[in-house]
Design a protein around this ligand. Structure first.
Ligand SMILES: Cc1cc2nc3c(=O)[nH]c(=O)nc-3n(C[C@H](O)[C@H](O)[C@H](O)COP(=O)(O)O)c2cc1C
Length: 217
């Protein structure tokens, strides 16, 4: 009888713990993305032909499936056994994080769990660039290097690697957008100190580029 009571209490506690974890993830506003659709899309040569920068965006939201596919294309895990990514990175440092500034807040793409982890409730789209379209486009990606993942190296080497590694991620976004009929433009015109402050970045994090994504305006 005693054992049964203990088992019932453990079971109840486990259910309560699972429930409160789910509630806290939900209330924190993180978004579990659907699994990326890694089949299909336009043939590579056609996507390359149609890749371009566009600066006019509709305010229409991007569906979660499209967000998942785009982020996976950008820098998702393509080889789960090793954790390797769709974009190469120098020495496999995987130091480039993707943040997404959207109307509902600022999110960090966690490729391992395929989740947009909410890091702020603030709408930081306007802070992500000076050009007029950034504040209304549904998504502004911000590529941030986590220098703490890079080990010891000369500053010039680190700058070279983070810029190069970001270029691959950005081009993946360009090609996905060309394939999926989305508009995009990568942007270097960013007030990095102001944006880093608004994003509350740590001292080892460095904003490299931003990239606006949405349906064509
Ligand atoms: C590193 C880098 C920074 C850029 N910064 C901006 C920017 O701040 N604003 C912008 O509208 N376009 C920016 N662009 C986009 C270029 O202007 C664009 O790629 C170029 O005009 C060629 O056009 P295409 O991408 O359609 O081939 C940037 C491109 C690169 C590679």
């Amino acid at each position: 009888m005693q054992v049964r009571k203990i088992l019932t209490a453990c079971f109840t506690l486990a259910i309560l713990a699972a429930y409160s974890a789910a509630v806290s993830a939900e209330s924190a506003g993180s978004i579990k993305l659907p699994d990326p659709e890694t089949q299909g899309g336009k043939p590579l040569m056609q996507a390359l032909k149609e890749r371009m920068s566009q600066r006019s965006f509709s305010s229409k939201d991007i569906p979660l499936q499209v967000m998942s596919d785009m982020l996976w294309a950008a820098n998702g895990i393509s080889r789960p056994a090793t954790g390797l990514r769709t974009a190469p990175s120098a020495r496999n440092m995987q130091e480039i994080d993707i943040y997404a500034a959207m109307a509902s807040g600022l999110y960090l793409y966690d490729a391992k769990t395929n989740t947009l982890v909410k890091v702020s409730n603030d709408d930081l789209r306007a802070a992500s660039g000076a050009q007029p379209f950034v504040k209304d486009a549904p998504v502004n990606l911000i590529f941030v290097a986590d220098v703490s993942k890079m080990g010891k190296m000369a500053a010039a080497d680190a700058d070279f690697y983070v810029a190069t590694d970001t270029g691959f991620v950005s081009q993946n976004v360009y090609l996905y957008c060309a394939s999926a009929g989305l508009a995009t433009v990568v942007r270097g015109l960013v007030d990095r100190p102001a944006l880093a402050k608004a994003m509350k970045l740590r001292s080892g994090q460095k904003i490299i580029l931003a990239q606006t994504v949405g349906y064509p305006g």
